[in-house]
Design a protein around this ligand. Sequence first.
Ligand code: SF4
Length: 149
Amino acid sequence: MFRRIGDKIVCYARRKSPWILHFDTGGCNGCAIETFAVLTPRYDIERFGGLSKANPRHSDILIISGAVTKKIESRLRRVYEQTPEPKAVIAVGSCAISKGVFHDAYNISGPLDRIMPVDVYVPGCPPKPEAILQGLLKALDVWRERYKI
Ligand code: SF4
């Protein structure tokens, strides 16, 4: 995908300094709380160059947690399209991965990978912050393999 050397340099810089957008779609918010913990100084994502951002246009990695409802689906698609390439998506928790405890609810649209391509799955209900952090590092590996940097 990236032919010019300049693109590779930009990609390398992004991998060393990923900006992260966390989007919680709902659910019980357990996964959101665990993800917030990862983004705080206790787990110190800044040692990996990570920075929490509130704007998809400035983000490299999307962390999505919670069940995807019919109401949130269009917003999720818009956030994904607004995030520039190269990007990676991490699905956090059973709700995002497989609808979880909401699997037969009337207002659930589907698992996250029906809405957008998912690069890393972090299972659990909710997963521990350490698991989410590991998923973040895995997403950086996905970048390296995909763009050969
Ligand atoms: S996976 Fe479990 S903890 Fe996470 S939002 Fe769903 S019900 Fe809550």
